[in-house]
Ligand binder design. Structure first.
Ligand SMILES: CC(C)(COP(=O)(O)OP(=O)(O)OC[C@H]1O[C@@H](n2cnc3c(N)ncnc32)[C@H](O)[C@@H]1OP(=O)(O)O)[C@@H](O)C(=O)NCCC(=O)NCCS
Length: 403
């Protein structure tokens, strides 16, 4: 009898300890969590552990810098026994999804400290963020990860019912600081558009592109957006761009200065990186060659990068115009302190990739995007449509705020 009592007593104690040890998930509090979030980021290894060199992100003292520019955003933290053990970020906006406008929630920056992994904390963080999405009337949640991030793919696809729907490519081109690139053809005219004109052009030519943001004007007007440029074949010798010119071929791009938000840096020893955090999703996808090339001295100091977004082209020779615009952006990047690479992300089979200068060695051919319908059956049908092979060849608008 005594044994039975003791057994029940011990069981109760274990239960109390388990309840006590369960992580509490709550909203990020800038006052008390700022330093602890940076510390947590530092302790979390992301991506393959065999990587000799790690890439770090310096968020310049602002852990939520990656979501701050979105219309609505939230960071959640998981706390256990007064220690931060996990975090997640999310942002909400309206975009084009499969021929109609929809409110979408983007899941990013999910981290759980190594010693508390496989205890269900990651799952709880995502579920809690999804609750916030649902209360904000979000129809679809989506996320991006590395194809070979087994933990992340299992968690989102197998546990949470997300569906793989796109594999865009991240194209990376280094900035050559010694000499500007000669823009390929003398007939090509490159003109900077006024923000209002750029917005009109995007709404006219890209509004039906998947994930085109309804608040494109906010992106273009953001201080991180350096401008929009259009290139056209100036056979007629016109001195200024106007749509009435009706050039047979033209192309446009916009440029976002990510280096103003956070810096990247290559580190040999994680412990030496006291002020650096690893919060950008790009960090795992950049520079796969770190495994094979032992030393790239240029990248050991903090550096920034440009993100080219909103790439659009029309006409038979528009490929060379896209290339000319990229060369133009390269030369602009040369003038920007610390800007060492130019990054673009294009849809999986989008032929644009052939015209955007990049180093294969630095680029990531398959960034995996997964999506989940948070509302009714109609939305689930849309997700099925999105995953059809035909959709994977379509263009995709990659929001520079989500890099
Ligand atoms: C991905 C990550 C957040 C998962 O956190 P976690 O708290 O360990 O996950 P959970 O305990 O909630 O696991 C839920 C499910 O995810 C899957 N999963 C989690 N870790 C896994 C692993 N290492 N290998 C395979 N599947 C895994 C399993 O299906 C698991 O369910 P199960 O334990 O019943 O089998 C964590 O591994 C991490 O911080 N990784 C580094 C950062 C990262 O890669 N983030 C994702 C970027 S999108």
């Amino acid at each position: 009898m005594l044994h039975v009592h003791r057994y029940i007593y011990i069981q109760k104690k274990i239960l109390i300890i388990m309840v006590y040890m369960e992580a509490i998930v709550r909203s990020y509090d800038d006052q008390i969590d700022r330093a602890r979030v940076e510390d947590l980021e530092r302790r979390c290894e992301v991506g393959p552990a065999e990587r000799v060199f790690q890439l770090y992100t310096d968020t310049l003292g602002d852990p939520i810098c990656r979501i701050r520019n979105s219309p609505m955003y939230k960071m959640l933290v998981a706390e256990m026994d007064k220690e931060l053990v996990g975090l997640i970020q999310g942002s909400v906006k309206i975009v084009r999804v499969y021929n109609k406008k929809a409110k979408v929630g983007y899941v990013l920056g999910l981290r759980v400290v190594p010693i508390h992994r496989r205890k269900g904390i990651g799952l709880r963080l995502v579920k809690k963020l999804e609750e916030w999405f649902i209360s904000s009337d979000v129809e679809y949640a989506y996320m991006a990860t590395e194809n070979d991030n087994e933990a992340s793919v299992n968690l989102f696809v197998n546990k949470l019912g997300y569906v793989k729907f796109r594999t865009p490519s991240i194209l990376v081109n280094p900035v050559n600081n010694t000499r500007p690139i000669h823009v390929s053809s003398s007939n090509i005219e490159i003109v900077k558009l006024k923000v209002e004109d750029a917005e009109l052009m995007y709404r006219r030519f890209m509004a039906s592109t998947d994930f085109f943001p309804d608040d494109i004007g906010n992106i273009l007007r953001n201080k991180l957006s350096l401008g929009t440029w259009v290139a056209y074949d100036n056979q007629k010798g016109q001195s200024s761009w106007s749509e009435e010119l009706k050039p047979k071929s033209w192309a446009m791009v916009s440029v976002w200065n990510s280096g103003e938000l956070f810096k990247l840096r290559l580190g040999k020893a994680p412990l030496s990186c006291l002020i650096y955090t690893k919060s950008s999703r790009l960090i795992d996808k950049f520079f796969p060659w770190f495994k094979v090339i032992p030393s790239i001295p240029d990248f050991f100091n903090p550096f920034g990068f440009y993100f080219i977004y909103g790439v659009h082209r029309e006409g038979p020779v528009s490929g060379k115009l896209v290339k000319a615009l990229c060369q133009f952006v390269h030369n602009m990047a040369m003038e920007t302190r610390d800007c060492k690479v130019i990054v673009t992300e294009v849809g999986g089979n989008d032929s644009l990739r052939f015209h955007i200068p990049h180093w294969k060695l630095l680029s990531c051919p398959e960034d995996l995007w997964c999506i989940k319908a948070l509302k009714n059956e109609d939305h689930t049908t849309t997700v099925h449509e999105l995953t059809k092979t035909q959709a994977t060849t379509k263009a995709l608008f990659v929001d520079p705020r989500e890099v």
